[in-house]
Design a protein around this ligand. Structure first.
Ligand SMILES: NC(=O)c1ccc[n+]([C@@H]2O[C@H](COP(=O)([O-])OP(=O)(O)OC[C@H]3O[C@@H](n4cnc5c(N)ncnc54)[C@H](OP(=O)(O)O)[C@@H]3O)[C@@H](O)[C@H]2O)c1
Length: 327
């Protein structure tokens, strides 16, 4: 089968399209014919081996030779103990908790990483969903304890996680403000934001407005500025953004939370079946729709990662996997 392989840490140039052996499922796994995948920041973390934590699996060379966590495809074979799916089932999921490998024509994964693909969705739409949507869900619901009627602000509302966060916060009944740049204002409004703030013209932390929950996905503001923009019992959830934003969230957040009623917490999203099914139901109910920016063929995964790394994707970047003699 064809796959995008790397054997040493480095820039996207180290990725190579190669013929490799088609995997066979272990007893608790299924074999999936991949029709689409999507790219996440974790792909480039593992590709470059930075930050250093990304090397925990392999200090000098990568543990997993094929990247790609988000996939959608058709079950081709099932292991002896795999009971949830049948050959022919169309599935999607985040397989980063298994052995990665989504940038390939076939991959094996444990059943618990997968759910049935919403019937109304194309493979490439489904592949755009899992990791980003689950991160947004866990940030808003688990860490942010989102409640109906709350004022919620998403900083970085136009990217992969942000576009899901806006829609999921609306689903939970929040009044949502999305922060993005001028070119994305209409798109962020179109997915449900009640208000938009153009970060190129206005600093929301200085506007005098306060929010019950802030999810920081992109950009940078000092943690003290986020604290200022919180309502008296507000919660700040650091999801991503610049290194400085992430370090402040991780290191200072717990200390600031000990003083007063405002909470400053960091998200570490983990794929799990329950949340994937929750998202699947939201998608099927039409409450959440993936925003797809660009599509690249499997042979151009390096290009896709280069594009995502620039930090200005509008929604998700998807990889399409074409097979000979098949749909
Ligand atoms: N903690 C966790 O468990 C977890 C889970 C998932 C992701 N993450 C992290 O979350 C971050 C975002 O992931 P993603 O996939 O959503 O990234 P992404 O798709 O690359 O985000 C790109 C978006 O960010 C916007 N943006 C850039 N600078 C901004 C700024 N100063 N203010 C507001 N928006 C800005 C861009 O809009 P413009 O083009 O208009 O600038 C673009 O639409 C990454 O750092 C990732 O590592 C963390």
């Amino acid at each position: 089968m064809k796959a995008i392989v790397y054997t040493k840490y480095g820039p996207p140039d180290v990725l190579q399209l190669k013929e490799v052996e088609k995997p066979a499922p272990r007893d608790d796994e299924v074999l999936i014919k991949v029709h689409a995948a999507s790219v996440n920041s974790w792909d480039w973390d593992l590709l470059r081996g930075t930050p250093f934590l990304a090397r925990l699996g392999g200090l000098l060379k990568p543990k997993y030779k094929i990247l790609g966590a988000d996939i959608a495809g058709r079950i081709e074979a099932v292991g002896r103990n795999a009971k949830q799916f049948q050959p022919g089932d169309e599935v999607f999921g985040d397989i980063s908790g298994c052995s990665w490998g989504g940038f390939a024509e076939y991959v094996c994964a444990r059943e618990n990483a997968l759910a049935l693909k919403p019937a109304s969705m194309k493979f490439e739409e489904a592949a755009a969903v899992p990791a980003a949507a689950i991160s947004a869900l866990q940030g808003l619901r688990n860490k942010g304890q989102i409640q109906p009627g709350q004022k919620v602000l998403i900083n970085g509302a136009s990217g992969g996680v942000g576009t899901f966060a806006v829609q999921i916060a609306k689903y939970f009944g929040a009044e949502v403000t999305g922060v993005c740049s001028t070119r994305n204002l209409d798109m962020v409004r179109s997915i449900g934001a009640d208000r938009v703030v153009d970060y190129t013209k206005e600093d929301f932390t200085k506007s005098g407005q306060s929010y019950d929950l802030i999810l920081a996905v992109a950009g940078y503001h000092p943690i003290s500025a986020y604290k200022r923009a919180l309502s008296p019992k507000g919660i700040y959830v650091m999801c991503g953004g610049s290194n400085a934003q992430m370090f402040q969230g991780l290191l200072l957040g717990p200390w600031i939370s000990m003083i007063g009623n405002k909470k400053m917490v960091a998200l570490s999203a983990k794929p799990n079946k329950e949340d994937l099914v929750f998202i699947q139901e939201l998608v099927e109910a039409g409450k959440v729709v993936p925003v797809i920016d660009r599509r690249y063929p499997l042979s151009q995964v390096a290009e896709a990662i280069r594009y995502l790394e620039k930090g200005h994707a509008q929604g998700k970047v998807v990889i399409t996997v074409k097979h000979n003699n098949s749909k």
